[in-house]
Design a protein around this ligand. Sequence first.
Ligand SMILES: Nc1ncnc2c1ncn2[C@@H]1O[C@H](COP(=O)(O)OP(=O)(O)O)[C@@H](O)[C@H]1O
Ligand SMILES: [Mg+2]
Length: 321
Amino acid sequence: MSDIAVETHGLVKAFGETRAVDGIDLRVPAGMVYGVLGPNGAGKTTAVKVLATLLRPDGGEARVFGKDVVRDADAVRGRVSLTGQYASVDEDLTGTENLLLLGRLLGHSKAAARRRAAQLLEAFGLSAAAGKQVKNYSGGMRRRIDIAASIFNTPDLLFLDEPTTGLDPRSRNQVWDIVRAVVAQGTTVLLTTQYLDEADRLASRIAVIDHGRVIAEGTKGELKASVGAGSVHVRLRRPEQRPEAERVLTTALGATVQLDPDPVALTATVDGHRTELGAAEQAARALSELARAGITVDNFALGQPSLDEVFLALTGKEGPR
Ligand SMILES: Nc1ncnc2c1ncn2[C@@H]1O[C@H](COP(=O)(O)OP(=O)(O)O)[C@@H](O)[C@H]1O
Ligand SMILES: [Mg+2]
């Protein structure tokens, strides 16, 4: 099997004047969860539909396991699955009936379909609901039966388009466990999400997209490092020194310093791209400035930025929650 699940060059898809996908270059290694993170309207669904051969691109090219999504669309279709596509579960049928019907449609024998249906229902925590009509399922159960249907025949590449949007925290966790299990069985997952924490937890690599373009790509560590920001937390010995410490830090870091509820604590964001000095060096310098001003520091920590800070730095707007 090809090591690269998805490769696109200058991929474009327009709807009239709207360039929903505006020149996307992507390279998704096989065997991982690859996160496509972007706000509403960024072009995630359009990109996924092009890759799943449901929409024809207007420019550029895209390959899935080396097969062109236009010229070799049938070969691509044989290897991918998109949640919601084959998983047109029938509301009036039970969980078991839906999966049995699907198994028969996919050409399995009755016995084989029954075995796989039972196995999936068990794995997805739906055994108890197997005999209930899907219209009586909760949002989380509904999402799980959708994913179960989409992996009835284990695909090499599974597209999960915002699989947890609108779910409560417990259901989100269940879907995350399922995604991890799917990848552990060898399927590559391309997951789109608006949630930074979801990308942070599940994805090995992340492409951040906005307005149909990739604005950053890498591992979580690389993305965080590329922003270069960090949070400095300082704890002083004496609360009466805090106003002076605030002045010194503001000057040394060129950043707004927040006063924590704790009267001896301060927090500041360090912008690693402000000067030639990296975030750690700037923080070290700020510390020595504090010492020079006669301020006693009991505790000091430099933390990595959160993905929220990365998103803010890249797009200039807050990540959606
Ligand atoms: N079928 C369509 N017709 C016209 N515009 C569309 C269509 N589908 C998507 N768009 C537009 O393309 C842009 C990207 O949409 P979409 O791919 O759904 O983004 P996302 O999935 O990231 O929210 C949006 O501006 C959206 O309004
Ligand atoms: Mg979408």
